[in-house]
Write a protein that binds this ligand. Structure first.
Ligand SMILES: [Zn+2]
Length: 344
């Protein structure tokens, strides 16, 4: 009896030891992960500060050159030779100014990229700590893929009526002339794809990066916005990319955040792409049913010329979700979430 008791005590102590060891291990890894982001964030801040001081120097030099040029221009009491000499000085001063301005603007864009990366690192760190809680409770993020289209203006009008903000994940082959209007109405523009051709974009990492840069440049040219919001064609959980490049999504879902992009999937499917034309009532019903019991939702819809019933369903969706207590906001990099499980 005594021996049995001692044995069970030993087993009990051993189990406790295992539990404590497991807990310590988990805490240590959480600590390491958090520190990784801290170190990266600190490094980015340092580079950014260096950039800013360089930028200040460049700007000061430009100011000096400008006053020098102004002086040269106002001096009228001079000989031909002096004039020629001053003119050549003026020419080289202007060239120097142009060079510095170019340097200045590239520093500025470098700087804004760093800021984006830092913001995203912070968002990722928060996400690691709070898990799925990063998306605010009671918020609905309506998202429209594959636009702009002939339906965009109608969608914008309906959103206006309900004072709702949404996010448009746009493609390069669509009616990009509507991009400025989307931006002007205060909605978010996210990058979806330049071509949306799976066999092209998912061929390899380089192809994907080229495709993202393409749509980024189109959005920038039309709106002056460098978007850092991303939605992978087919979502991060797509299996189609496996046909072209094994493990691509596993790589891209790590790589793109490190490049300063926040990617978004969805947790409510409207089903508007289930058939060529899905009845508006079905789309509305899908959204309202699938939103039930969720704290925050990201709804997948499509903005293409063929999807008239999505537009028809929109008022019922906005009213139904409002009644359920949702408010409608646009995605930001800090929302960073709604990620699905990877399949490639
Ligand atoms: Zn799409």
């Amino acid at each position: 009896m005594g021996i049995f008791k001692r044995k069970s005590n030993i087993v009990f102590l051993f189990i406790i030891f295992l539990l404590v060891a497991a807990l310590a291990g988990v805490s240590y890894f959480a600590y390491l992960k958090n520190n990784d982001y801290k170190a990266a964030s600190k490094e980015l801040t340092t580079i950014q500060e260096e950039n800013e001081s360089e930028l200040a120097k460049v700007e000061k030099r430009i100011e000096e050159l400008e006053s020098e040029i102004a002086e040269l221009e106002t001096n009228s009491d001079i000989s031909e030779q002096e004039k020629a000499e001053l003119n050549s000085q003026l020419q080289s001063a202007l060239e120097e100014k142009a060079r510095l301005e170019k340097e200045n603007s590239s520093l500025k864009s470098e700087n804004s990229l760093l800021l984006r990366r830092k913001a995203l690192q912070d968002a990722i760190r928060l996400n690691a700590v709070k898990q799925s809680d990063t998306a605010k409770s009671g918020v609905c993020y309506l998202t429209f893929d594959d636009g702009p289209s002939d339906n965009t203006l109608k969608i914008l009008d309906i959103l206006d009526t309900y004072n709702a903000k949404a996010t448009f994940f746009v493609v390069g082959t669509a009616k990009t002339q509507y991009l400025p209007k989307i931006a002007a109405k205060g909605h978010a523009i996210g990058l979806h794809s330049t071509s949306h051709k799976y066999n092209v974009i998912y061929d390899d990492i380089e192809s994907y990066l080229t495709d993202v840069q393409g749509i980024s440049d189109i959005v920038y040219k039309k709106t002056g916005i460098r978007s850092n919001l991303l939605r992978f064609p087919g979502g991060s959980s797509n299996v189609i990319s496996k046909n072209y490049c094994e493990g691509l999504m596993t790589d891209l879902t790590k790589r793109m955040p490190n490049l300063g992009y926040a990617y978004f999937d969805w947790n409510v499917v409207s089903g508007d792409a289930d058939a060529a034309s899905v009845p508006a009532a079905t789309i509305a019903n899908n959204v309202l049913t699938r939103a039930k019991g969720k704290k925050s939702i990201c709804v997948l819809m499509h903005d293409t010329s063929a999807k008239n019933t999505t537009v028809e369903a929109l008022p019922a969706i906005l009213e139904g979700l409002s009644k359920m207590g949702f408010r409608f906001e646009k995605l930001t990099a800090e929302t960073f979430g709604f990620h699905q499980n990877l399949n490639n």
